[in-house]
Design a protein around this ligand. Structure first.
Ligand code: HEM
Length: 459
């Protein structure tokens, strides 16, 4: 028997109606432990730090110099002598930097984040301006602090989704302030801080994800409200969970629209040839070079490039709907690919990783609840709509990957074969993901598994 003042016996707030008098608002509970903001979700509520304090100015100016000089990828066709020289003199400057002390950085999460962003950007500029014939020796002024900072953050020393998206934005116009402080920035009031190619296309590529993160905040709220109701599990709860799941399906529909809108500002050829190559991790290095972190005793091993597959939001949808637990091995997804989605969590900020772990240990998963309440056709239909919306997001994502990677890769292969009929091997390598995945097989496998998670009604 619950005591009369137990929170489960208090009037419950209907999330779709809003806070009413006498109702408990649980919306801020636990969120801080996981660095999840009620207005901006996995994005920080304020724009991330755009510059380190003066002690680390040499890193900032090295990054500024790379961006201002518009350093070019060494794989760019017809690289001019000036471009090669400009890259080489920048790299020489980086090699000659002192190894800056970094112990004072470790007192602040915000400084550590900015330092990870700046040093990984410098490292990727360094590696991808090197001729393919050169070994990848990351010089000590970068490798030593980067590995130490990454250890503090429990992140790999490589550019991650958080470096490109979560902690790489600013607002264009000041935001309106309410009684509760700042509101989340409007989706069209964002710009990126740092970029490799400096193109609008690169910015739009990052901002598509940032907008998805911000629109996804409502999905996180709906998940929390559903979980509150699952604790109760009575008739009112079933009705509310049904409404929340339908709403969740509609929010995921908006995420799909935002994803497809990336085509408005990011040109596929520019993306494929001038943006994507900067992100490659060691496991998709075009010349299969080993990355050596000079002056570092224990060489890092997790060095995959970033993709929005590292977005905690999309993983949260999977975990919440129970999509990661069903039909794990059979069919289109081999066990190693399932592990790969988990492996992407290594590249997430540690608090977000903990959030997903917490979500996955929910004692009352929504999928189990729906399976046990199959006689309620409305609930079943609402759950299946939510699953279907995630499946449609993945259909749209495959379409985007076809436009941005598969089609330009096919064109590149044809051109290469035309120029040199023996170049077929090069062509074969282009369909790997930035995270080293067998792209098409992986993405379709995950999509098909989502589709299979639809629950059939019992007769
Ligand atoms: C031009 C836009 C995009 C391209 C070219 C693209 C490309 C890719 C690639 C190549 C992968 C394979 C994983 C890897 O190799 O690391 C991937 C995975 C993934 N991407 Fe994207 N992506 C784009 C936009 C987005 C956006 C905006 C989101 C959502 C925020 C997203 C969410 C995901 C997810 C969740 C995965 C993991 C596979 C899955 O769960 O289905 N992508 N993406």
């Amino acid at each position: 028997m619950l005591p009369p003042d137990h929170f489960l016996l208090q009037p419950r707030q209907d999330f779709l109606i809003g806070v009413q008098e006498g109702h408990i608002d649980t919306s801020t509970l636990a969120a801080h432990d996981f660095d999840v903001d009620t207005r901006t979700g996995f994005m920080p509520p304020d724009p991330p730090l755009s510059r380190l304090p003066a002690q680390w100015e040499l890193w900032e100016t090295a990054l500024d110099a790379a961006m201002q000089a518009k350093l070019q990828l060494s794989v760019k066709r017809c690289l001019t002598v000036e471009e090669k020289n400009s890259s080489e003199s920048w790299r020489e400057h980086v090699r000659k930097l002192p190894v800056l002390p970094m112990s004072e950085l470790t007192h602040s999460e915000l400084l550590l984040r900015r330092a990870h962003h700046v040093l990984t950007f410098i490292m990727h500029f360094y590696i991808y301006t090197l001729p393919l014939s050169s070994s990848v020796l990351i010089p000590e002024p970068i490798s030593v602090p980067l590995v130490a900072i990454s250890n503090h953050l429990q992140l790999p020393p490589v550019v991650t989704y958080s470096d490109n998206v979560l902690y790489n934005w600013d607002i264009i116009h000041p935001r309106a302030q309410t009684e509760l402080g700042f509101e989340a920035p409007a989706l069209d009031n964002l710009r990126s801080q740092d970029m490799f190619s400096g193109t609008i296309d690169e910015q739009e590529f990052y901002l598509a994800s940032a907008r998805i993160e911000l629109r996804g905040v409502e999905a996180l709220e709906l998940m929390r409200a559903t979980m509150d109701e699952l604790f109760v599990g009575d008739k009112i709860a079933i009705r509310r969970i049904t409404a929340y799941l339908y709403k969740l399906a509609s929010v995921v529909g908006d995420l799909t629209t935002i994803l497809l809108d990336v085509r408005k500002g990011c040109d596929p050829n520019t993306f494929y040839h001038s943006i994507r190559p900067w992100f490659r991790g060691a496991d998709s290095d075009p010349a299969h070079r080993k990355w050596v972190f000079e002056g570092v005793e224990e060489q890092p091993t997790d060095l995959s490039g970033p993709s929005a597959g590292q977005s905690a939001l999309i993983h949260a949808l999977d975990v919440f709907l129970g999509l990661d637990n069903c039909n794990v091995v059979e069919g289109g997804v081999a066990p190693d690919q399932r592990t790969l989605l988990r492996r992407m969590q290594i590249y997430m900020p540690r608090y977000h990783r903990n959030f997903l772990r917490h979500l996955s240990t929910s004692p009352r998963p929504v999928r189990t609840f729906v399976m046990q309440t199959r006689s309620d056709m409305n609930l079943l239909d609402a759950y299946n709509s939510a699953v279907q919306s995630v499946k449609e997001f993945r259909d749209a994502h495959i379409k985007i990957v076809a436009i941005y990677i598969i089609a330009p890769a096919a064109r590149e292969r044809t051109e290469l074969e035309h120029a040199d009929p023996e170049a077929k091997e090069v062509g074969k390598q282009v369909l790997m993901g930035t995270g080293g995945t067998d792209l098409v097989r992986f993405l379709k496998g995950v999509r098909d598994k989502t589709a299979e998670a639809v629950v059939e009604p019992t007769l």
